[in-house]
Ligand binder design. Structure first.
Ligand code: IVH
Length: 671
């Protein structure tokens, strides 16, 4: 007799789940790719023919097509704690002493050591064996819902593999762990991004965090996210220890990190830490330390928590990762203001998630102080996501032909004369038209906090300047007249040229203060630009103002005022501004951007999707009109502005009798 489609669908799902588990969690494929695809396609077909049987936990439903417009808040039933850090063996002895003091006399303590995965914590809630909600840690009490993105991670079971045993009632439980990216796939992802002119991620952790917050699960599915789970929480399961906790997770089909160890003494713990600090480079993923947990859950309960971290656990953090490499030469980079910065050109080494081939040396004084010479063997360090630096020289390896560095006699890029202001360590290239300065100014102009021209990164700017498509930032807005020529450039295609031209057009909407910042007037950072824009309201008023008038503004000093005057008295700058005006950039505060105090003293909470503006635009509108925006509703909130599909903030506002405004009503208020 022929099987019913429903039965076959269920059978296929069970089979595929089992094969997925073998392949992704155990790393032991149990059928051929061909056979797997055949079964998967059969399931896709049957679900298409019988859509009434599609369920969210089907293996076909991992990658959704809906965009996540808003990451909804999720309140953690049990707060997600963080750990206090220790950095030395002595501190671990102290931790052991504190634990023992906190327990009844002479109770034996065992510790579980686990690797501290360098990713971000995640909470997965399961209802009746099915993944229901995945959330980030957030501030520990409230995180953000990222279910659609987490579903794409193949090692996260959508439906737990083994069904609840008689002893365990598992209709509702939560598991916690770490989402991360392995080092090799991360490297590859970054290489691809670089090739495509996209911004590279500083490290695997940032990359994992950024990926989890993408709106499109189809893109997330292509990124190499991974998980390790380490905590099982349930009211009904009787678990006595962390080791039982880990083995239960394992039995239920969750991916756990098998390198944990049960230690009977703190000395064993210390040995584990030493061992892994040495071996960390051999792992295919990044760890930044060891997590030490009291094994007995009964003892954990007695010890309890202090503020936001438990007394029963601690993190042992490894020292910043260092690497030894050869410094080939010292080159001088010329910035947009002409500053020369020495850069160490290194033999490439892989360190903390990325390949390092350059490190900054700050200035000539620093080079002298550390006695760094070309040809030296140097120790470099990278802590977290900071730019790598040269820590010291391994003098035992210094060879006779190592060479001291001197300040160059002229600009290494254009050959112009250099000058050194008396009160500064830095030296500058005098030539305003030096290609390095030109490229630097254009880069600054197009950057995110300035004109925010997506796709116009450093590589493309170098190319455009070298091919003489642009000589200054005003030329960016004439690029559209040369579309045909641009398409002919080998590395660009029609689509990427059109995307670029579109983002150039879009940038014309940037408000006056961002345009002012983008101009790159020395000492005028984004904060000063905002103050100047708010005060003078237009570029003509600013250009006319005298130094004293500018300095009268709170927190604007003489270096800014002098620099502004100098900028506006330069004929070349005047011409460029005229061209930018013609192109349609905003050189005055828009009427609606002009400050009002209609909303003064009023606080707003935004929820749901608004139809005429983004959240950020709404936020700006509130601030421009003198109000404040808060993230959570309380009885002191003046108004909640609710768009479509409002979240829990809407319910809370109703409960607390906070007035709820529609988008229209809100806009009327500030008309
Ligand atoms: S246990 C109260 N175990 O490190 C227990 N955390 O500040 C808290 N982490 O937020 C977590 N690997 O994101 C635990 N094996 C591990 C871990 C781990 C990485 C992260 C986690 C947590 C942070 C501690």
């Amino acid at each position: 007799m022929k099987q019913s489609p429903q039965k076959r669908i269920e059978e296929l799902r069970d089979l595929i789940r089992e094969y997925d588990y073998n392949y992704f969690v155990l790393n032991q494929p149990s059928i051929s790719d061909y056979e797997y695809d055949r079964l998967f396609n059969e399931l896709v077909r049957l679900e298409k023919e019988n859509p009434q049987f599609i369920s969210p936990d089907s293996p076909t439903q991992r990658v959704g097509s809906d965009l996540t417009k808003e990451f909804k808040p999720v309140t953690h039933k049990t707060p997600m704690l963080s750990l206090s850090n220790t950095y030395s063996e002595n501190e671990l002895y102290e931790f052991d002493r504190r634990v023992k003091e906190g327990l009844p006399n002479n109770e034996k303590v065992e510790y579980v050591c686990e690797l501290k995965i360098d990713g971000l914590s995640i909470s997965l809630k399961y209802l009746n064996g099915k993944l229901n909600v995945a959330a980030t840690r957030g501030d520990g009490s409230v995180g953000e819902e990222v279910t659609n993105n987490v579903k794409t991670i193949r090692t996260v079971p959508l439906n737990i593999r083994k069904h609840p045993t008689a002893k365990l009632k598992l209709n509702e439980f939560e598991v916690r762990g770490e989402v991360y990216m392995e080092s090799e796939p991360f490297k590859k992802l970054n290489e691809d991004r670089e090739l495509n002119g996209e911004k590279v991620f500083a490290n695997p952790r940032n990359s994992a965090a950024g990926t989890l917050k993408l709106q499109d699960p189809q893109i997330v599915a292509k990124r190499p996210l991974q998980v390790f789970l380490y905590n099982f929480l349930s009211d009904s399961a009787e678990i006595k220890s962390q080791t039982e906790n880990l083995s239960l997770l394992n039995d239920l089909g969750f991916r756990i990190n098998k390198n944990f160890k049960l230690c009977k003494t703190i000395d064993e713990v210390i040995n584990y830490c030493r061992e892994w600090e040495d071996k960390r480079d051999k792992l295919p993923y990044e760890i930044d330390g060891v997590v030490i947990k009291v094994n007995s859950l009964k003892q954990q309960k007695i010890l309890g928590n202090i503020a936001k971290s438990p007394r029963w656990a601690v993190a042992y953090k490894f020292k910043a990762k260092q690497a030894v490499t050869k410094l080939h030469t010292i080159t001088w980079q010329v910035g947009r203001t002409g500053t020369l910065t020495p850069v160490a050109e290194l033999e490439p080494v892989f360190l903390a998630g990325s390949t390092i081939s350059r490190a900054t040396l700050h200035n000539i004084d620093e080079i002298k102080r550390k006695d760094i010479r070309e040809g030296d063997t140097v120790i470099i360090e990278k802590g977290g996501d900071v730019i790598p630096k040269v820590v010291s020289v391994d003098l035992s390896k210094r060879s006779e032909d190592s060479r001291e560095t001197k300040l160059p006699a002229k600009c290494p890029v254009c050959g112009s004369k250099l000058f050194k202001p008396e009160d500064e360590v830095a030296v500058y290239c005098e030539n305003n038209l030096c290609p390095a300065q030109v490229k630097g100014r254009i880069s600054h102009f197009a950057a995110r906090g300035a004109m925010d021209i997506e796709g116009l990164g450093e590589a493309l700017i170098n190319l455009f300047v070298d091919l003489e498509f642009i000589h200054n930032y005003a030329d960016i807005y004439s690029l559209k007249e040369r579309r045909e020529e641009l398409i002919q450039i080998e590395r660009l295609g029609e689509k990427s040229v059109d995307n670029l031209l579109l983002s150039i057009e879009t940038s014309k909407q940037r408000p006056f203060d961002k345009v002012l910042f983008a101009l790159g007037i020395r000492y005028v950072g984004s904060g000063a630009a905002k103050k100047l824009a708010d005060h003078f309201e237009s570029i003509s008023a600013l250009a006319k103002a005298g130094e004293t008038e500018i300095e009268a503004i709170h927190e604007i000093g003489s270096s800014i005022s002098q620099s502004v005057s100098r900028f506006f008295s330069d004929e070349h700058n005047k011409k460029i501004i005229e061209r930018l005006k013609k192109a349609g950039l905003k050189f005055e505060i828009e009427k609606k951007h002009k400050r009002s105090n209609t909303l003064e003293g009023k606080s707003f909470v935004l929820t749901g999707t608004l139809s005429t503006m983004s959240r950020d635009e709404a936020k700006e509108k509130v601030i421009e009109n003198g109000g404040t925006v808060l993230s959570a509703v309380s009885k002191n909130t003046s108004y909640v502005v609710a768009g479509e599909k409002p979240g829990s903030k809407f319910d809370k506002a109703q409960k607390l009798n906070v007035p709820i405004l529609s988008e229209e009503e809100f806009l009327k208020m500030i008309e």
